[in-house]
Structures are given as C-alpha cells and as structure tokens.
Design a protein around this ligand. Structure first.
Ligand code: NAP
Length: 269
C-alpha cells in the first residue's frame, strides 16, 4: 500500500526514545525523510542512521529552549526543505510518584516545561515553517497519554501536561488550515507501553496486575502499537480527512484500579 510518505519530510521529537525510535524506523521504511531529535544521547539512533544515512538527520534539541527549537527547524529546512509532518513525541515522567502536597514546585514546573511548553515551542516553529513554505497538506501529531484522560494519582504534573494536548489539538486544527488548506492536527494517547519511561512499573508484578485489570486485551503495548497509529495519522493518503481526533492505543483500557481488595476490607474494618 502506498502511504505517500516517501514524499514527506517529518520531524520526530524524542526519536531516541522507545516510541520515537519505532516511529522513525517505520517512517524511514516508508521512504520519508526524517529529522529525528534526541536530548541527552543519540546512541539509540546509531543503527537506523547506519541503515538510512541519506534519509535521516539527527539533531540534539532540548525542547524547553526556544533557541534550540528554532535552530532545529532551521537545520531541518536546510537539510530536507519544508517540514510536512511534526510528531511531537518527546516527553518526561518522573519514576517516583508524589502526592500533590509533597510535590515540589520545581518538579511541577519541570514536567510542564518539557511536556507542555516544549510541545508548544515545537508546534510554534512547525507552523512558522508552514507559513514560510507554502503547501496544501500538513500534519501535526501530538502525543498525550491515557493519564491525561483517566488521571494518574501521584503524577498530577504528568497527567495535567498530557490532558493539555487535547486543548492544543482542538485549537490548532482550526489554525493550521489558514497555512495549509488540507492541514490536520490529531492526538495519539498511548496507554502503558514498554519503553524506558514505563519499564520500572511494567516490571513490577503487583503494578502490572493492577494495570491489566483495567485492560480488556490483558496486555500492555509495545512501541510498534503506538507507532502504527502515528504513521496512519502522518499519511495524507490514509488519514487525509481526519483532523481533531484522538486515537487511544491502550488495548481498550477503562479507568484505574484504585484499591486492592485488602484495602477495601480494611477500610470496612
Ligand atoms: N511509555 C509509556 O507507557 C507512555 C504512555 C503514555 C504516553 N507516553 C508518551 O509517549 C512519548 C514517548 O515516550 P517513551 O515511552 O518513548 O519515553 P522515552 O523512551 O523515555 O523517550 C522520551 C524521549 O523524549 C526525549 N526528551 C526528554 N526530555 C527532553 C527535552 N527536554 N527536550 C527534548 N527531548 C526530550 C528523550 O530524549 P533523551 O532520551 O535523549 O533524553 C527521549 O527521546 C512521551 O511523550 C510520553 O509521555 C508514553
């Protein structure tokens, strides 16, 4: 099947992470030109760089810095021209949960700065690039989380940063068409996915049991599951009339298990 992605230039932020790396690999396989970003180490991208030396550029970006994001788009435009698709995937979550009364302002601001402000900055320069280079189509894919929908006790910083992706999508889908008449903005909400971000939780047996109790398919995701949905939304051939939509990739997850049976029994005491 022709996805049409071989004609596209895509920026994938957080390409060195679990989900971003798989998105990058799939896009390269489809023939897309990809500018992939990392923040601390480019090492995870070594193999794909070896396999697709002409199609892939790797750029170091801390997306909390407006100057670095501006330079990312400058470099991407210089290498491969107009950026047609942005996969705003980079993000952080602290491993250790904290009740809100224990959460420092520093932690709250750091998470919001990377996940929300960083996505704002990348989207801003993506749109500026659409203003500079005319074209009919464009696609922005935001990456949220089921935590932004169901909430996540002890991670209010993370869940708040991810629920904001909905507002961003609903606003920007109405702005993008003024720059690219067939431009689209959509949101992918992954559920629990085996990457370095979730590894600690997903290797904890009790935690995994609680997670699987909420998922009809009784399994967590692998990066390919999320990347497939992103690839679909990136393609104008497959998703050319889809905008303002959320695809949740979470095996049908419903809500959260809040208490164990023992906790309920002891409260009834
Ligand atoms: N895994 C899950 O269970 C899950 C569930 C729901 C949603 N998500 C979302 O999916 C997206 C990808 O997560 P993942 O699981 O692939 O996590 P990951 O493996 O930890 O990858 C995160 C990526 O973000 C980059 N990054 C971190 N801080 C950055 C910054 N300040 N500036 C630019 N890039 C930065 C990292 O770069 P370096 O490694 O080089 O620092 C890395 O490439 C995130 O938005 C995450 O919130 C994940």
């Amino acid at each position: 099947m022709d996805t049409g992605l071989s004609e596209k230039h895509v920026i994938v932020t957080g390409a060195s992470g679990g989900i971003g790396l798989e998105v990058t690999r799939m896009l390269l396989t489809e023939g897309a030109r990809v500018t992939g970003t990392y923040n601390r180490s480019a090492k995870p991208l070594d193999d794909v760089k070896k396999d697709w030396p002409e199609q892939l550029r790797v750029v170091k970006v801390d997306q909390t810095s407006e100057e670095e994001v501006r330079m990312l788009f400058e470099e991407a435009n210089r290498s491969f021209g107009r950026v047609d698709v942005l996969v705003a995937n980079a993000g952080i979550a602290t491993h250790e949960g904290k009740a809100i009364q224990e959460m420092t302002l520093e932690q709250w601001e750091k998470t919001l700065r990377v996940n929300l402000t960083g996505t704002f900055l990348c989207s801003k320069y993506f749109f500026a690039n659409l203003e500079k280079f005319s074209g009919d189509t464009a696609s922005l894919i935001l990456v949220g989380s089921t935590a932004g929908y169901f909430g996540e006790a002890w991670y209010v910083d993370y869940s708040t940063s991810k629920s904001a992706m909905h507002g961003m999508m609903m606003s920007l889908k109405n702005e993008i068409v003024h720059l690219a008449p067939k431009g689209r903005v959509n949101l992918v909400n992954p559920g629990w996915t085996m990457t370095s971000m979730a590894e600690e939780a997903l290797t904890d047996k009790d935690m995994t049991r609680r997670i699987l109790q909420t998922i009809p398919m009784r399994k967590t995701a692998v990066p390919e599951d999320i990347a497939g949905a992103i690839l679909y939304l990136a393609s104008d051939k497959l998703a050319g009339h889809v905008s303002g939509q959320t695809i949740t990739v979470a095996g049908g997850m419903e809500g959260r298990v809040l208490f164990t049976q023992e906790e309920i029994d002891s409260a009834e005491g």
